[in-house]
Design a binder for this molecule. Structure first.
Ligand SMILES: *Cc1c(COP(=O)(O)O)cnc(C)c1O
Length: 424
């Protein structure tokens, strides 16, 4: 089959994310990728302004990660993790524990960010059951969150967001308002009061509080004051409610610190990681837990955590994860992210006064222009084609999360393309 026939089959038979099956949106036919570029079947290239959904921190097809997968594939590509272990899983856990906020010493591998969130919720419930607080069967969170597309994760995401039509099958968790003080602004102590009041009121129902630290991604594209997290840490500890950070989007340097938790100088009891864990090369996620959680669950019958994905700790994915985490000590990623932040800030600031731009915000390797009106898919598609820059705004949020290896010239191409979309 030639490309045209393959695309024809794709249109008729393949579902793409958040897409119609009868009126499918156009798709780019990718054939290879390296660094910041994705090459298409027609020979053209797209500059990846969104790191393929925020994952590809070191760029596409990094030779070290590719070699790690290749070497591992020749030895052991999969073995069930019940009754077996292997070196990539062990080494990756070592690297994760070393780089995670203090106290997160136990690692549970999952297949995707959503599944890591499901596991966190289950672990929190099992913890409270084991601690003799069986009435704590719900979670607390904040509005404007996003935790994934599986049922448990949808129930924790913004109730007015893209999942509202499924509300009939979702648990009714407790929601506090969105953290209000922006990152970098003066902390307003009143900001935390509604969360504190919610925890007081529902203390006997809430097993854990989950949220995305510092940056609310897919549901809000907004940065908030890390002091909120310090207050939340205190408030949860006072009530023995667990604190879960969903670092699936923020982990691995995206915001300028290795984990966003570092901005608040606190450790959660549970932490979900995914997306950038393998440098974007292959799907993998993990849930990190404290000794307290692991020991409490293990001390009381059934004495075990009741979850076990079929492809748990897949050796290829773990090998990619090891290579990606090692890469962080092989180049100055912090310097790169700082430079990306400076450039995005200065170039996106120039969009602030455009009539269709409501707000501009940047932190680390994330740049967001919030538009007054949502650009049409046709407009975005045209500008992607004209500029050769791959952007995929959702709703009013036009954003970039470039690979950390993007050059200043490439960043300028990205911000120019964003400007073109904002002006269209
Ligand atoms: C993307 C994302 C998820 C879901 O991860 P998947 O791998 O798509 O299941 C969960 N939480 C956050 C914060 C995310 O950004």
């Amino acid at each position: 089959m030639d490309t045209t026939q393959l695309l024809e089959f794709d249109r008729k038979h393949l579902w793409h994310p958040y897409a119609s099956m009868t009126e499918p949106p156009p798709v780019n036919f990718a054939v290879s990728a390296s660094g910041t570029k994705i090459r298409l079947a027609d020979g053209s290239e797209l500059l990846d302004g969104v790191s393929s959904w925020w994952c590809m921190c070191h760029g596409h097809n990094h030779p070290k990660i590719v070699a790690a997968i290749r070497e591992q594939a020749a030895k052991l590509s999969q073995v069930m993790f019940a009754g077996f272990t292997h070196e990539p899983a062990i080494r990756l856990a070592q690297l994760l524990v070393e780089s995670a906020p203090a106290g997160l010493t136990r690692v549970f591998y999952a297949d995707s960010g959503s599944v890591a969130v499901e596991c966190a919720a289950k672990m929190a419930l099992q913890y409270q059951l084991a601690a003799g607080r069986g009435s704590r069967r719900l979670l607390g969170t904040v509005r404007g969150g996003y935790h994934g597309d599986t049922a448990g994760a949808m129930a924790l995401s913004d109730p007015d967001g893209m999942h509202h039509m499924f509300s009939g099958i979702l648990s009714k968790h407790h929601f506090a308002p969105q953290p209000a003080t922006p990152f970098g602004a003066d902390w307003n102590p009143d900001d935390f009061a509604p969360m504190e009041a919610m925890l007081d009121r529902y203390e006997n129902e809430i097993a854990a509080v989950i949220l995305e630290p510092v940056f609310q991604g897919a549901s809000a594209m907004r940065f908030y004051h890390p002091r909120y997290l310090a207050e939340l840490r205190r408030a949860c500890s006072e009530r023995d409610i667990l604190l879960i950070f969903d670092e699936v989007a923020t982990g691995f340097g995206r915001l300028g610190e290795f984990f966003a938790a570092e901005y608040a100088k606190v450790s959660p009891d549970l932490m979900c990681v995914g997306k950038g864990l393998t440098g974007g090369a292959i799907g993998l996620a993990a849930l990190l837990a404290s000794d307290k959680v692991a020991e409490t669950i293990s001390a009381v019958p059934p004495g075990k955590f009741m979850h076990g994905p079929t492809f748990m700790a897949n050796p290829l994915a773990c090998a990619a994860g090891c290579a990606s985490l090692e890469l962080f000590s092989e180049y100055d990623w912090r310097g790169n992210v700082k430079a990306i932040e400076r450039q995005l800030r200065s170039e996106l600031e120039e969009l602030r006064n455009l009539p269709n731009v409501k707000d501009v915000r940047t932190l680390g390797a994330v740049g967001v222009a919030e538009l007054a009106s949502t650009p049409s898919p046709e407009t975005v598609q045209r500008i992607v084609r004209e500029t050769g820059v791959w952007l995929r705004p959702f709703g009013p949020w036009l954003y970039t999360m470039p690979p950390f290896v993007a050059s200043p010239e490439e960043l300028t191409r990205i911000t120019r393309a964003m400007r073109a979309i904002a002006l269209a």
